[in-house]
Design a protein around this ligand. Structure first.
Ligand SMILES: N[C@@H](CCC(=O)N[C@@H](CS)C(=O)NCC(=O)O)C(=O)O
Length: 212
């Protein structure tokens, strides 16, 4: 019997990215929905993710946290889904490059912007993302070069980078540049994205109703 896949999530969280990845992978999985105020900070879940944050993924005895790591792990664990260039392939270079770029520089450039923090010019050298403008211009160039980031097909790097762009534009934290909109249009038209969205939207509505 294959190892069970369990996604720990909340429908109103970054867990939507991990669910989309699971839908792309196409393996059966179970979802455990956690509540921000209670179960996410309870000892049982802190034993899985001491950060008390979602998403987390369990695959048999293995636990992965961090969306980028979850996406990369799933792509490698299920190579039949063809969501990553194989290890050793030169296309691993752009695949890793843009995934890590989104998990580090992009995430923090966008979060700092949301908090109103602007890097003082004399500190740009020590900030991993330099400036918000430089990070966004670099991201725009990366998604404009070709339809996908690593070779001629969709990979987990597109899913993860695209999620920063798509969800960021939805929440108003990422500027709506034409290249971002075109890229997101391409990615969000995938059936797996639609399935994941439908599942999380339904779960969110159910939780809202239960909360009265
Ligand atoms: N670096 C983590 C961030 C996870 C994260 O911040 N999740 C938020 C929801 S979007 C959360 O669980 N917040 C609950 C809390 O901090 O109490 C990742 O990329 O997976």
């Amino acid at each position: 019997m294959p190892d069970e896949l369990i996604l720990y999530t909340n429908p109103q969280s970054r867990g939507r990215v991990a669910r989309w990845m699971l839908e792309e992978v196409g393996q059966p999985y179970r979802t455990e929905v956690l509540d921000y105020a209670s179960t996410m900070k309870a000892p049982a879940y802190l034993a899985i993710n001491p950060m008390g944050k979602v998403p987390a993924l369990r695959h048999g005895a293995a636990v992965v946290t961090e969306n980028a790591a979850i996406c990369a792990y799933l792509a490698d664990a299920f190579p039949q889904a063809d969501l990553a260039p194989p290890p050793g392939d030169r296309l691993r270079a752009p695949y890793y490059r843009w995934m890590f770029f989104a998990a580090g520089p992009v995430e923090y450039a966008v979060s700092n912007k949301a908090l109103g923090f602007v890097v003082p010019p004399e500190r740009e050298r020590m900030m991993g993302y330099g400036t918000l403008a430089r990070a966004m211009d670099t991201l725009e160039a990366a998604v404009s070069r070709a339809p996908y980031l690593a070779g001629d097909r969709f990979t987990a790097a597109d899913l993860y980078v695209g999620s920063h762009i798509g969800f960021g534009m939805m929440f108003g934290t990422v500027e709506k540049r034409p290249a971002f909109e075109q890229y997101w249009q391409r990615l969000s038209s995938r059936p797996a994205y639609a399935r994941a969205k439908e599942l999380d939207d339904a779960k969110a509505a159910e939780l809202k109703k239960a909360a009265g």
